[in-house]
Write a protein that binds this ligand. Structure first.
Ligand code: NAI
Ligand SMILES: NCC(=O)COP(=O)(O)O
Length: 321
């Protein structure tokens, strides 16, 4: 039997617990890590003591993790924040010991973790990088149901918009490009990746008349990388690089900031979008949505993105073998 994917529970008051049993429809062999008390009533599950323990088909394998409190849909309990963080760390520990093939994370509520347990990271991405010893990482959001695919990587992530121009340094942009380039080869099976880089300003600065970042910093960096042989287009005006004919010309787009990247992917493929952390020594995927407190516990949560995330983790693991 090939090693399983670990599915971390995420915020117990969100839609994560109801997505776990629905994700069995993925056909991917995974084990959920969380507190069985948080699963919807009637969930057919079996406790396992190791990620490889077999369970009968159609039943959810559960690696139990004790939380301080039961969960109330839509109302995160600060007492459970530590458990959410521990489950992520436990999955990484299992991965580092080679006991699983990859991890798919169900959504966390960053505010609840900060207030309940002093969580010092903006999200999984930065926490996983820290757990991996400070690995340089990049966040990719990848579509699974649109053609040509939409793959976006924000070079700056969870920071206020006012801080973006300074944070979009040569180093940050080059790191995002190089990590993406390597991951497209290693994990997506694209031997000669084509990368497009978005400008920061409207019309990519229009020759310096609407901002000079493109002329002064971005274009010289891209010219240097092109001279190395990388296939890079840009800096491109962001408003005209996400329609289908434009996407057919590249494999991934490097964007200047969070919303420039995430608005196109979530508009094109909200249900099938997958978040992938590139650059880690292990595989991590995630649905592209959040905790959806407004519908938690109502039975309206769509498992499509979680299913796509599990399948992508499996494909990446197989690709690496
Ligand atoms: N990887 C992660 O852990 C992520 C966590 N978040 C966190 O989630 C929290 C809530 O974020 P929001 O911006 O409100 O986004 P959200 O994705 O939780 O919700 C946005 C809207 O989409 C709906 N929605 C989301 N997922 C759905 C699903 N599977 N099926 C049906 N409807 C769905 C929600 O009901 C809501 O109306 C925040 O704390 C945010 O930081 C957000 C994105 C990723
Ligand atoms: N907006 C994307 C997002 O919040 C994902 O964060 P992460 O938890 O995957 O780092």
């Amino acid at each position: 039997m090939s090693r399983r994917i670990l599915l971390t529970c995420g915020e117990p008051a969100g839609i994560g617990p109801e997505l776990a049993p629905l994700a069995l429809a993925s056909g991917v062999d995974f084990v959920w890590i969380g507190d069985p008390r948080h699963l919807p009533d009637g969930t057919a599950f079996d406790l396992v003591s190791a990620p490889t323990d077999p369970v009968p088909a159609g039943r959810l394998p559960v690696l139990a993790h004790d939380f301080a409190a039961p969960a109330t849909p839509g109302r995160p309990d600060p007492a459970n924040a530590a458990g959410v963080i521990e489950v992520i760390a436990r999955a990484v520990d299992l991965l580092m010991r080679g006991e699983a093939a990859g991890m798919t994370t169900l959504p966390i509520n960053k505010q609840a973790l900060k207030e309940g347990a002093g969580f010092a990271f903006p999200g999984h991405t930065e926490y996983l990088a820290d757990l991996a010893g400070g690995a340089p990482v990049a966040m990719m959001l990848a579509s699974t149901t649109v053609t040509p695919p939409c793959r976006v990587v924000p070079a700056t992530i969870h920071i206020p918009l006012t801080q973006v121009p300074a944070a979009l340094s040569d180093q940050a942009l080059e790191q995002a490009i190089r990590i993406t380039h390597a991951a497209l080869i290693r994990d997506f099976g694209l031997p000669v990746p084509r990368i497009a880089v978005a400008g920061l300003n409207p019309h990519a600065g229009e020759g310096g008349t609407m901002g000079r970042e493109e002329v002064d910093r971005i274009r010289p960096l891209l010219d240097r990388l092109r001279a190395e042989g990388l296939d890079i287009a840009g800096p491109l005006p962001a408003d005209t690089m996400f329609h289908a004919p434009a996407r057919s010309r590249y494999d991934a787009a490097i964007c200047a900031y969070h919303d420039q990247a995430l608005i196109p992917i979530k508009t094109l493929d909200f249900a099938g979008g997958v978040n992938v952390t590139l650059g880690l020594p292990f595989i991590r995927t995630s649905p592209d949505h959040g905790t959806a407190f407004d519908i938690a516990g109502t039975g309206r949560a769509d498992p499509a993105s979680t299913i796509a995330a599990l399948r992508m983790a499996r494909q990446m693991a197989d690709q690496r073998r």
